[in-house]
Design a protein around this ligand. Structure first.
Ligand code: ZN
Length: 512
């Protein structure tokens, strides 16, 4: 691994760029690296959900354009004592995992069926890593940009569920006393929105939790209480929308800000484990929205920088950085004579002012979540924009791309849900928009679904050497429990054989 990685980096010019960009990291080489066999007393598990290697590459390239320095994750590849590998994320029933089977494989050491959380097909529930670590005296945290009840955080702390059971996940966190919960998903705790009308916020308060609703609450949160912070009714906004809306930027903390506060609280304890998820990279990729995905990947990297700085000060910290699967497999395609157009097209991403989520609202096919969060206001009936000149104006305003009339008309059948794509998995308005945008940004996509790629994994700190080479997703549980001195293994099921050839086409399109 080391040789080929070095070759890749030196060939791309990242060696020089990265070293100059992170002098504080270069200076601290080895000061916090661990000897083999040392054990961590703090573990931070970072997940950029749905990140293919191409997303990492293009986020780095975009970061060089947008902020004149690359990603800290790639800088870690230059760091002595850091280890890197590839990981097979397959689930029990498929080469292509979903997020719940992926996180559960780390959280229990068993492969399970996609769509479920820590349960075997025969109904046996699996013991989660957060239960085991709590019994061993470790504090636990979950930080994400998705709903806090979403699949990736759920896979470390809840069990026996379908991933959609967000209301049950909200109460399982309370039953298990997870000390730090920060993300979105307020509606699953709110008695006016829950199907069972339980006042789950009151139940958390009853167990001494501080309830946090805005960035200011987080800044002033008492360090001696457990935290439940939900900063949006559903997911937190995409970075590309978040940073351009002054009110939103003030109210909703970034992933880096949440991570920093979580560490300030957890460091008061001798031992802790924290999962940090950049969860909306996956959502951007599902929608084939390059700007949404790549700017969220950069925001994830800023949270990683917080963790690297924490590790520099606390050498007993193991950092593990990875993703759960690839989504959409984007790529900057070679365009023009000698591919010379590609960098020019790619820089057009700097002009994008809104995510596809926002564009869908403007095109009249999605509700504005900020409006429907006011209980008094009923959902308005959706009326798609079908005037091609209006479509051209909306796309131009939000992205800078001026569609031709002929291309704008290509969207009409997909706005009316009457589209006929050449490839079945491209049958959505967002995937079609992604293909049109590919003419502008140069970034093309394979579909709006997850793929089977082996994923990159990096580790730094005591125990990092275990994550080098080619590993299985289930090894992560084994390594974490071993490093914590916990002797426990969950039962496993044999892999389920290949599904019918057309089953992939029948699967739900949107499985984040
Ligand atoms: Zn995922």
């Amino acid at each position: 691994m080391a040789v080929s990685r070095r070759k890749f980096l030196s060939g791309s010019g990242l060696v020089a760029a990265g070293a100059a960009a992170f002098p504080h990291i270069a200076r601290s080489v080895d000061t916090a690296s661990a000897r083999p066999g040392q054990k961590p007393s703090k573990i931070i598990h970072l997940v950029a959900d749905g990140m293919s290697l191409a997303t990492l590459s293009m986020a780095d390239q975009l970061a060089h354009l947008s902020r004149k320095r690359g990603l800290a994750w790639l800088e870690l590849h230059q760091r002595a004592g850091a280890h890197h590998g590839l990981m097979n994320m397959r689930s029990l029933n498929s080469l292509v995992t979903d997020s719940s089977a992926a996180s559960s494989s780390w959280g229990s050491g068993s492969r399970i069926v996609n769509g479920t959380v820590n349960i075997l097909p025969d109904g046996r529930e699996l013991t989660t890593i957060y239960e085991l670590f709590a019994q061993a005296g470790w504090k636990r945290g979950l930080v994400t940009t998705t709903e806090i009840t979403h699949a990736t955080p759920a896979g470390f702390a809840t069990k026996g569920l379908k991933r959609e059971a967000a209301e049950a996940i909200a109460t399982q966190y309370l039953d298990r006393g997870v000390e730090v919960l920060l993300g979105g998903g307020r509606k699953f705790f709110d008695k006016t929105k829950r199907k069972d009308k339980r006042d789950v916020f009151a139940e958390y308060r009853g167990k001494n939790y501080a309830i946090l609703n805005e960035a200011d609450d987080l800044a002033g949160a008492p360090l001696d209480k457990p935290w439940l912070g939900t900063f949006a009714p559903s997911h937190l906004p995409f970075t590309v929308d978040h940073t351009r809306d002054v009110k939103l930027a003030k109210a909703v903390p970034t992933l880096a800000a949440m991570t920093k506060r979580a560490l300030e609280k957890l460091v008061r304890h001798e031992r802790f484990i924290l999962q940090v998820e950049g969860g909306r990279v996956d959502h951007g990729c599902h929608m084939n929205d390059a700007a949404a995905a790549f700017f969220d990947q950069i925001a994830f990297d800023e949270a990683l920088e917080v963790c690297i700085e924490f590790q520099r000060q606390h050498a007993d910290t193991l950092l593990v950085i990875t993703t759960d699967h690839s989504t959409g497999n984007p790529g900057l395609n070679g365009t023009g004579l000698n591919y010379s157009l590609s960098p020019l097209l790619f820089s057009n991403l700097l002009d994008v002012k809104a995510s596809f989520s926002e564009i869908l609202i403007q095109l009249g096919v999605a509700q504005d979540p900020r409006k429907i969060s006011v209980p008094a206001e009923p959902e308005k009936k959706l009326v798609p924009v079908t005037d091609p000149s209006k479509i051209i104006a909306i796309i131009k305003e939000t992205t800078g791309y001026e569609l031709t009339l002929r291309r704008a008309k290509l969207l009409l059948p997909f706005l009316k849900k009457e589209g006929e794509p050449v490839y079945n998995l491209m049958n959505s308005l967002t995937c079609q928009l992604g293909q049109l945008m590919a003419n502008y940004s140069g970034v093309g996509w394979t579909s709006g679904a997850h793929t089977s790629d082996y994923v990159p994994i990096s580790a730094f700190g005591p125990g990092a050497e275990r994550f080098a080479g080619f590993i299985q997703n289930t090894d992560v549980f084994r390594h974490y429990t071993d490093l914590a001195g916990i002797d426990f293994r969950n039962p496993e099921s044999p892999l389920i054989g290949a599904a019918a050839p057309d089953s992939g086409l029948l699967a739900p399109h949107w499985t984040a």
